[in-house]
Design a binder for this molecule. Structure first.
Ligand code: NAP
Length: 302
């Protein structure tokens, strides 16, 4: 039996592990994929206090090292359910069942699909959700990025230094991304803004060779690109725990800034929690708050 099982080893989960270990609680982290979460796909983080520039990969490595050096245990297993048994919680995976006094769900969010025909078939053949993973394949080629949030704009900035041309396709005139990052993109000479437009289809000849784009007036144009990088937001990964969590209309877990859910002993931290600001710094802060409240909860049991 562990004191705390933390589901998800992204910035929120790893930060929770640091706080829980420093409170001398035993911690098991369960991670379905690789540790670090979505931030590993961010090429250059410029808005985390103290670090003027750090890659998402390096950030994740440091956080992982810090948590495991403090004694947090990590297993690469997908949590499938949480059950209550008296004061205990049981987290089940395909390999086993792990008992704990408290559970912190820090599962984050997965990439939202754009919804164009043959999108799934073309992953790895000119459709990508990760500029830092796949950008290097398109050196001196033309690529497109779709989206208007921080991820899309960061990706386009990154790709502009690799590709010959970058088309930034966004369905509106205004961006969700912060203005400093948008300004940085505007300064890139090889970036072409295709605004008020959506991707209507992929042009495919065994692999992607272009995208067809339609504007609000119904005009279409074909952009000759070798890859479409899709960055149209994320979907919270709470479905497996829908029976113990209360989810809002978009699937985010309802819990206040204290990260306490309606289910006793279950806490939620990071991008899968319903909240206003989803940033790296708020994910790590959630981890600290959730772990602190989980420790308080455990101490109240004894
Ligand atoms: P996001 O902020 O939700 O932006 C998603 C973008 O995709 C929006 O511009 C949206 O358009 C567009 N979109 C959604 N569905 C679409 C569709 N079907 N077709 C075309 N466009 C579509 O998502 P994100 O950029 O992944 O960022 C997620 C969170 O992480 C945000 O809070 C962001 O600030 C944060 N983040 C922070 C950093 C950083 O701090 N360095 C880096 C990356 C991400 P509309 O604007 O018209 O809705």
């Amino acid at each position: 039996m562990y004191d705390i099982v933390i589901i998800g080893a992204g910035p929120a989960g790893l930060s929770a592990a640091i706080y829980a270990r420093r409170a001398a609680k035993t911690v098991l982290l369960l991670e379905a994929n690789s540790y670090g979460g979505q931030i590993v796909n961010t090429p250059d983080i410029e808005n985390y206090p103290v670090e003027e520039h750090i890659s998402g990969f390096e950030f994740a490595m440091k956080l992982y090292t810090q948590a495991t050096n403090l004694g947090a245990q990590l297993k690469f297993e997908r949590a499938l359910s949480i059950e209550s048994a008296g004061d205990k919680k049981v987290v089940k995976t395909a390999k086993g069942a792990y008992e704990a006094q408290a559970v912190i769900i820090a599962t984050g969010a997965e990439n939202r699909k754009l919804g164009v025909e043959r999108e799934d078939d073309m992953v790895g053949k000119g459709v990508s959700y990760c500029a830092t993973c796949d950008g290097a394949f398109y050196r001196n080629k033309a690529v497109a990025v779709v989206g208007g949030g921080n991820t899309a704009i960061d990706d386009a900035v990154y790709l502009a230094d690799i590709a010959a041309d970058v088309y930034l396709i966004h369905r509106r005139e205004e961006f969700r991304a912060d203005s400093a990052t948008v300004q940085k993109l505007k300064e890139k000479e090889n970036v072409h803004f295709v605004l008020n437009s959506t991707v209507s289809s992929l042009v495919i000849e065994n692999k992607v060779v272009g995208v067809e784009v339609s504007d609000k007036e119904g005009n279409t144009q074909t952009l000759a690109v070798d890859c479409l990088f899709i960055a149209v937001g994320r979907i919270p990964e709470n479905q497996a725990f829908a029976d113990v969590l209360s989810l809002d209309a978009e699937g985010y877990a309802e819990a206040g800034e204290d990260c306490i859910t309606a289910a006793e002993g279950i806490f939620v931290a990071g991008d899968n929690r319903a909240k206003e600001v989803r940033q790296l710094v708020t994910a790590t802060a959630d981890g600290a708050v959730a772990a602190t409240n989980a420790v308080k909860y455990m101490n109240s049991l004894s």
